[in-house]
Design a protein around this ligand. Structure first.
Ligand SMILES: [Zn+2]
Length: 410
């Protein structure tokens, strides 16, 4: 049995209202078995003194695209599945260095199943990487956000998009996601910014189509995540019982109060707005995105303030893949800039994200939980930017980064 004792100055357990500590954590075979001011130090245990660092649960990013390169869509979607999976593995490993030990992947554009293959390779121990929870593809209407046919006029039969225009076809697509091992069903019920020929301000599913998708997923025991923009799209997703609403670019007060009552999670991807704003200002936002984003940016920022002021459970999610993974950790600062308290942002990336993923074994530091643990110098509640300082990463009791040891350093 492998045993480790972590010694730290301060500790955020993912649930509390303040930092605790000093504390010691006993880890046996990848599971936390004791946390106290001082724990037993078994003779065979490895003792790791983290000095002045603050320890907290490994970060969970509930919205990434490991196998989707948003800024090079035309080029990347033509690559084969193996290339996408291998690139995704590299990105996942590098992202883990920042402290992200669990990622929910929200879809790729590929006929095959590269994110499922990647999840399984990591889970089986074939390669090292973060825990992955996967929605394999994105299901949308023809001309909807996941329909890449608009990128290839006259060459649209590449089979990359998972599009449907009737309840029967939607059922077929949901069942295929289930059959090939998807953990979640991802759908788009409005357009988006980076895609061609659609508009986030417009709803693309009819009510019966959204309901059919949700009912089929429910029957198969799969939770539903909905990319949504328009205020009416947010409400449609809530009426259908979606577990998470992604982005909610244009959510209004009525949508917020529906979400508060309905118990859905919102994943607001606020850093992406900052990235797109900087690109718009620099004249670098792709043409298909610039007119839509320029029109909506003020309203998106107002919607983010509504989300921050609400009681809706907010889960940390970045949409990395649409922008560089090296900027993903800045989501903490973007959330706080929008009015979310640092403590709520930290919970969003730990206990709340784990709740969204229906994973009661991660996101919290307590006996019985998996030892997914990160550490940083400084106090992230006093200064959220401290989250950029992670220099200790453990997943399942195994150390991936500590001092000079950095398994993924490239
Ligand atoms: Zn996304």
């Amino acid at each position: 049995m492998s045993k480790t004792v972590l010694i730290c100055a301060r500790l955020f357990d993912g649930l509390g209202e303040a930092l605790a500590g000093p504390a010691e954590i006993l880890i046996e075979d990848g599971i936390i078995t004791d946390i106290a001011h001082s724990v037993s130090h078994p003779a065979t245990a490895k003792i790791v003194d983290l000095g002045d660092r603050t320890v907290m649960p490994g970060f969970i990013d509930t919205h990434v695209h490991l196998c989707l390169d948003g800024l090079n869509l035309r080029q990347q979607i033509l690559e084969c599945s193996a290339t996408k999976a291998l690139t995704g593995l590299h990105l996942a490993q590098q992202y883990m260095r920042y402290g992200f030990t669990t990622l929910r992947d929200m879809g790729t554009l590929d006929q095959d199943w590269p994110t499922i293959n990647l999840r399984d390779a990591i889970e089986s121990g074939l390669v090292h990487g973060p825990r992955l929870v996967v929605a394999a593809h994105m299901i949308s209407a023809t001309g909807g956000h996941a329909d890449m046919q608009g990128a290839f006029p006259c060459r649209c039969h590449l089979g990359l998009s998972k599009v449907a225009d009737s309840p029967g076809k939607i059922r077929e697509l949901v069942r295929a996601e289930h059959a090939f091992g998807g953990d979640w069903i991802k759908t788009m019920n409005t357009g988006g910014y980076m895609s061609f020929g659609d508009d986030p301000a417009k709803v693309t599913w009819f009510e019966d189509e959204m309901q059919c998708l949700a009912e089929t997923a429910r029957q198969l025991g799969l939770p539903v995540a909905v990319h949504t923009g328009a205020a009416e799209g947010c409400k449609q997703a809530l009426r259908a019982g979606a577990r998470s609403l992604e982005h909610c670019y244009l959510i209004d007060d009525e949508g917020i109060s529906m979400a508060e009552k309905g118990g859905a999670f919102i994943v607001p991807t606020m850093q992406m707005t900052r990235e797109d704003k900087a690109m718009l200002k620099a004249g670098k936002l792709p043409m298909q995105a610039a007119w839509k984003f320029g029109r909506d940016v003020d309203e998106i920022e107002r919607a983010q303030k509504r989300i921050a002021a609400s009681k809706v459970p907010v889960a940390f999610g970045t949409d990395c893949g649409m922008f560089p993974f090296s900027h993903g950790v800045l989501e903490f600062q973007a959330m706080v800039a929008a009015g979310i308290t640092p403590l709520r942002a930290l919970k969003a990336a730990t206990s709340v994200a784990a709740d969204l993923l229906q994973r009661d074994d991660i996101g919290v530091l307590a006996p019985g939980k998996k030892a997914d643990i990160v550490a940083m110098t400084g106090d992230p509640i006093a200064d959220i930017a401290i989250t950029e300082n992670v220099d200790f990463v453990m997943k399942g009791g195994r150390i991936y980064r500590h001092q000079a040891f950095d398994i993924f350093q490239s």
